[in-house]
Design a protein around this ligand. Structure first.
Ligand SMILES: Cc1ncc(COP(=O)(O)O)c(C=O)c1O
Length: 389
């Protein structure tokens, strides 16, 4: 590595799935048809009403900086969303509009983490968070999790793994890559365990809009001392608009505002104007209809993958992912994913994008493509496996 590149970059890992994505594009250019089950974003477009509000905002010249914390009207609207949706009262002052959940994480970690402090994360989990922790000079402390805890950190696991230099714990429920959830009691116990250690609890609620058979409680229901990260990316189908939000404990309002002013100045103005429109009855009804379509895809893929011989050890209850044990077919899930792409034209994500614990025998399927394409994907996987017996 060039001496000009900061040494900290050695600790930042790339997405392995990018290699597969590039190869998939190459194959598509050669005329191959590829079924994409690797992509972590909705295949649906942003609802028309939201798009129109964004365009209108640009056309009316509304393109100046907003306050660093975000448009007051959007902060108020999100506060109302907590009241309507979760029956939880949150003051708009505690809500910061950010460039995606990613921006929210940067702010939350930036105001909490000192150099050398560690943060508890589940292994497997969404990989960017551990890289953010390293960027701030902290240390990700991975706790291997399994179906026994629905792939989540529990209060017990947090208690057992809390070390002297520990500062925080991150939980994302529903989880990426497993789609599994913590129960309300489980979430409360995890928050209690962190609070008992005077740590910071970071709750990534980005997939809350996409929970299929139950109701997801926000961490704010159990404590005002938590950081809640959320986003318009997934349920609202606005990945490319780069907009999300962060709810902070009262004492952190000032430091978060200071950091947001410096890092972002403000989140994109037209995205904020568009997001304000996201909460209309018409848009929410459309998003809920799509949620039912995701559920249908989940039910289909869950049963078919199990039939084929993948072991799905905990039922995914939300997000749009299925994390499957592929040890029946391979001990090298990366090689398996590469081969499946070459031979069957199906792209999936290898376990090693989400950690190390049993990563070699797991893969993630995303059902971010139509049921028809999923059916074709399943047929190809079946043929591939039968052909390699
Ligand atoms: C669990 C989780 N958190 C955060 C993010 C980042 O999302 P955003 O697009 O809002 O920055 C993702 C994106 O895939 C995710 O899966």
């Amino acid at each position: 590595m060039s001496k000009k590149i900061a040494t900290r970059m050695q600790g930042i890992s790339p997405f392995y799935v990018m290699e597969l994505l590039q190869r998939a594009k190459q194959l598509e250019q050669q005329g191959r048809d590829i079924i994409h089950m690797e992509i972590g974003e909705p295949d649906f477009p942003t609802p028309a009403g939201i798009v129109e509000a964004g365009i209108k905002s640009i056309q009316t010249g509304y393109a100046k900086y907003t306050p660093a914390a975000g448009l007051p009207a959007l902060r108020e609207r999100i506060a109302r969303y907590y009241l309507d949706n979760y029956h939880v009262k949150v003051s708009a002052q505690r809500i910061f509009i950010t460039p995606g959940a990613s921006g929210a994480f940067l702010l939350a970690l930036g105001v909490t983490l000192n150099e050398g402090e560690s943060v508890l994360l589940a292994d497997p989990s969404y990989p960017c968070n551990s890289n953010f922790i390293k960027l701030f000079g902290g240390m990700p402390s991975f706790v291997p999790v399994s179906e026994k805890s629905d792939y989540h950190l529990t209060g017990e696991l947090i208690g057992q793994n809390w070390a002297e230099n520990c500062k925080a714990a991150v939980i994302a429920s529903p989880s990426n890559p497993t789609g599994t959830m913590l129960s309300d009691d489980g979430l409360r116990a995890a928050i209690d365990a962190v609070n008992q250690n005077q740590g910071c609890f970071l709750s990534d609620e980005i997939y809350h809009g996409l929970v299929y058979d139950k109701y997801a409680a926000t961490a704010l229901k159990f404590s005002d001392e938590v950081f809640v990260i959320n986003s318009f990316s997934k349920y609202f189908a606005m990945t490319g608009w780069r907009i999300g939000w962060l709810v902070v404990p009262e004492a952190f309002i000032e430091p978060v505002e200071k950091l947001a002013q410096n890092i972002f100045i403000s989140t994109s103005t037209h995205s904020q104007a568009a997001a304000l429109e996201a909460f209309t009855h018409t848009n929410l009804a459309e998003l809920d209809r799509r949620k039912m379509e995701f559920k249908q895809r989940r039910d289909y893929l869950y049963s078919k993958l199990s039939e084929i011989g993948f072991k799905i050890r905990a039922k995914p209850e939300g997000a749009f992912y299925i994390y499957a044990d592929c040890s029946h077919f391979t001990q090298d899930s990366f090689l398996f994913a590469k081969d499946l792409l070459e031979e069957a034209g199906v792209a999936i994500t290898p376990g090693k994008d989400f950690g190390q614990h049993q990563a070699n025998i797991h893969v993630r399927f995303a059902y971010t493509t139509s049921l028809e394409r999923l059916e074709e994907g399943v047929a190809r996987i079946k043929r591939y496996i039968e052909g390699n017996k």
